[in-house]
Design a protein around this ligand. Sequence first.
Ligand code: ZN
Ligand code: ZN
Length: 246
Amino acid sequence: MPQTEWNTKQLQFVAAMQRYEGQSSYRLINKIVSWFNVSVQLFLMVLAIRLNIGWAWQIFAVLAAYVLADFVNGLVHLFMDHNDDYSSIVGPFVASFHLHHDIPRYTDKPLLQVYVDESGYKLWLVFFLLFLSGLFFWHAVAPLLLCIGAYFAVFSSIAEVSHYLCHNSHSRIVRGLQRFWILLPKKHHMLHHRVDNMNYAFLNGMSDPVINWIATHFYSGYKAKTDLHTALYQHIRHSGNVPASR
Ligand SMILES: [Zn+2]
Ligand SMILES: [Zn+2]
C-alpha cells in the first residue's frame, strides 16, 4: 500500500511502537512497575492473612476480591482497547497493548514469570496499591477492606496468568478449571479476538454479561478502529521479519 494511504493514527501508532521498542526507559518502567506491584502485593497479602478477622470473613474477602478483580480488570481492558492516544507520554504502552488481539499464542514461560512480567504492564495497579498502602499507614482502612484490596491486587495479576493459559495451555487441570469458570474459559475468551466489542473479562469471565452491556451502550468496538491502527506497524514488521515486541 502506498505510504500516503496510511492514516494519522496508523502513523502515530508506528511512532509510539518505535519509542516503545527503541527507548530502554519504557522497558525499565515495565520492570519497575513489575517489581513495585509484586512486592507491595506480597506485603499486603502477608498483612491481610495475619489480620484477625476470622476465617469466614477471610473467605468472604477472597470471593469478593475474585469477583471484583474480574470486573475491574475487564473494565480497564475495555477502556484500553478503545484508547487511541498514541502521542502522549504513555502512548507507547497503549500501542503495545493493542497488539494482543493479533497474538494467538504467547512465548512459553513458567507461570510465575508470566505473573511477574505481566504485573509490569499494570500501571493502574501502582496507583491502587499506593492508595491502599497509604490508607493502611494512616490507619484509615477497615481490616476487611484491606483484605479485599490485597486479594483484589493479587487476583488482578492472576488474571493475566489466566489469560495466558487460555492461549498457551492444553493441560487437563487447566481445561477443568476453565470448564467450571474458575479460570477464563478458552472458547469464551476467543470471542474477544474473533468478534467485535465483547468478552473483555480475563480472570474468569463471570462479569462479561455486565461488561458487554456497558460496551454495547457506551463503546464503539475495536475491529473498525484501534485494531486498524496496528496495520502499518504489522505491515513493516512482516515485511522486515521483525518479531513482535511482547
Ligand atoms: Zn482486547
Ligand atoms: Zn487473548
